[in-house]
Write a protein that binds this ligand. Structure first.
Ligand SMILES: C[S@@+](CC[C@H](N)C(=O)[O-])C[C@H]1O[C@@H](n2cnc3c(N)ncnc32)[C@H](O)[C@@H]1O
Length: 243
């Protein structure tokens, strides 16, 4: 019986291909199959980062999301549709592994930091040999390009999702030494309102597509909430400590 393939969950960093780790690059160049999540009709962010390193002989396996928004009209359920999709994606990856082919599932940033790879990992790690390669996550890429030291000395960092309710954002931000807010897009206006209410707006820094060629750093007051892209985040650095 053929030996089964190995699954690699590989973080490819926030956008700049030079932020791939040496290990990620070595494995991506070596595997016969590179799989990646992607929205219908798009190239895929993670794929764009590694594309220049791939050979024609390597199989590309796009795993195409059936939906891109979490709010669907009833009786459709985002949770049910997306769970079915992850089952199907796991079966596709498993078919390569069963045939003895190693698969790299590439993931922007880090695979275990809000990465869709996690849903494959949960399904496949009990059955296959798996290795996870960490990547530079977007919040660290963002802090670097914003020139924003995140946490000084004994401060703690809160990582928040912009999807949280206004009330919950207010409660958590009021308590935070320093914060990173992910998943802005349509949530931007709500997040900015809360930052203004708490007197944190002057400290908050905003970046779109950090480290990518089309990166944009915009003052908070000038961000158009209707045009804030999905790949954007906010950093509220900790108060400076004069060490
Ligand atoms: C599904 S999460 C993926 C996070 C990713 N696994 C990581 O380690 O950073 C998507 C969110 O990450 C953030 N993000 C990812 N890449 C980004 C980038 N280059 N610049 C700004 N934000 C980014 C955005 O907040 C976006 O809504």
């Amino acid at each position: 019986m053929a030996q089964r393939g190995r699954l690699y969950g590989i973080g490819v960093g926030p956008g700049d291909p030079e932020l791939l780790t040496l290990k990620a690059l070595r494995l991506i160049e070596a595997v016969p199959v590179v799989a990646y999540f992607v929205a219908k009709g798009k190239k895929g962010n993670a794929f764009g980062i590694v594309e220049g390193y791939l050979r024609d002989s390597q199989r590309r396996e796009p795993l195409v999301y059936p939906v891109t928004t979490e709010t669907l009209p009833p009786p459709l359920s985002y949770e049910a549709i997306i769970a079915d999709f992850y089952d199907t994606a796991a079966a596709i990856v498993a078919s390569h592994l069963d045939a003895g082919r190693d698969v790299a599932v590439i993931c922007e940033g880090d695979p275990f930091f809000y990465g869709s790879y996690m849903y494959l990992h949960d399904r496949l790690a009990p059955r296959f040999d798996v290795e996870v390669v960490p990547g530079v996550c977007s919040m660290l890429g963002g802090a670097a390009v914003l020139g924003a030291p995140l946490v000084y000395r004994n401060q703690s960092l809160s990582v928040l999702s912009g999807v949280l309710s206004e009330e919950e954002l207010r409660r958590r931000l009021a308590d935070a030494d320093a914060a990173v807010i992910m998943k802005l897009g349509r949530n931007f206006d709500k997040v900015r309102r809360v930052l203004e209410e708490l007197g944190l707006a002057a400290r908050a820094l905003y970046v779109e597509r950090a480290t990518m060629v089309n990166q944009r750093i915009v003052p908070l007051a000038e961000v158009d909430p209707m045009a804030s892209p999905y790949f954007s985040l906010l950093v509220v650095p900790g108060e400076k400590w004069q060490g």
